[in-house]
Design a protein around this ligand. Structure first.
Ligand code: SF4
Ligand code: SF4
Ligand code: SF4
Length: 280
């Protein structure tokens, strides 16, 4: 029975997604919601189970199964803009569309439950950036986080301008989705190579962090350290791609809102002092 306890969190996560799937399907009558959220829940849950079972590439499994589904199927084939411009588009139209739903669950309210799990397990931008060679930053963190605010207001201004000009329609939003992703990949890869840090784009540029960071500070699911076990070796600090002070339990620990729940710190700890959990 004790051996099964390690699978509790992924099973709970799957059940949360399944609840959302059934709720949205029943209230909207749209079968897509049932299939979409069941698929995502299965990928997330299975990835968590594989991680708990010790499979090295469990996180990458979820990243690619969810990330490529959203980028290729929902984005390119179904032409649904789920970037931040898609959110502004639906908000300006006053429509509760897939973009708003996606943001509400993955990036605005969901992080209160699962922090920045989106960034560690589902984002299609990071899915590619994480393949680059600098999994752990090789250079000190720069004070460039202000760029994310510029990006945030630029995206809002762009969609607002298109709206005022009467040029905002589904085709334009599709073109913006394609162009936006190309720009993100080019900037992300260039910064990663220049700063020798795969996640430089996440740290300095990504406008979505403006939603993700505040909620993630109060996330239920987070990295917790058993201070009675910790021997202060610092291996977790070296392993963390986001420079989070993983061995400090305070919600105000260094770079606390940067944690993407990737669990590299958990894997690196020689005394199993760290765990990703909803309770101490
Ligand atoms: S910070 Fe932005 S680009 Fe990075 S993983 Fe999160 S959502 Fe994706
Ligand atoms: S603290 Fe741990 S889980 Fe969070 S980003 Fe760093 S390595 Fe990943
Ligand atoms: S790796 Fe483990 S033992 Fe070492 S500092 Fe981090 S939590 Fe403590």
């Amino acid at each position: 029975m004790n051996g099964m306890r390690k699978y509790r969190s992924p099973i709970i996560l799957f059940l949360v997604f399944e609840f959302i799937a059934i709720f949205l399907w029943q209230t909207s009558g749209n079968l897509f919601f049932l299939l979409n959220f069941t698929y995502i829940g299965l990928c997330v849950g299975l990835g968590g189970i594989l991680f708990s079972a010790g499979w090295k590439y469990a996180r990458e499994f979820t990243q690619f199964t969810v990330g490529s589904y959203m980028l290729v199927f929902l984005g390119l084939m179904c032409r649904e803009n789920m970037q931040i411009e898609g959110l502004w588009y639906y908000l300006l139209l006053g429509v509760w569309g897939a973009g708003t739903l996606h943001y509400a669950i993955a990036k605005i309210f969901g992080p209160l439950l699962f922090g920045r799990g989106w960034c560690g397990f589902a984002c299609w931008t990071a899915m590619v950036l994480d393949l680059l060679p600098y999994k752990h930053p090789k250079t000190p963190r720069r004070k460039l986080g202000f760029i994310r605010y510029i990006m945030f207001f630029l995206s809002l201004a762009l969609v607002g301008l298109l709206f005022l000009l009467g040029e905002m329609d589904t085709h334009t939003m599709f073109l913006l989705f394609v162009a936006g992703n190309v720009v993100y990949y080019v900037i992300g890869i260039t910064l990663a190579l220049r700063f020798q840090d795969n996640r430089a784009f996440c740290k300095y540029i990504c406008p979505i962090t403006i939603f993700l960071k505040p909620a993630s500070r109060y996330a239920l699911l987070r990295i917790r350290c058993d201070e009675n076990k910790c021997i202060g070796c610092g291996k977790c600090l070296k392993a963390c791609p986001m420079e989070v002070e993983a061995n400090n339990n305070s919600r105000h620990r260094k770079n606390a809102t940067e944690c993407i729940l990737c669990q590299e710190c958990v894997k690196s700890c020689p005394v199993n002092a760290l765990k990703c959990s909803s309770s101490a």
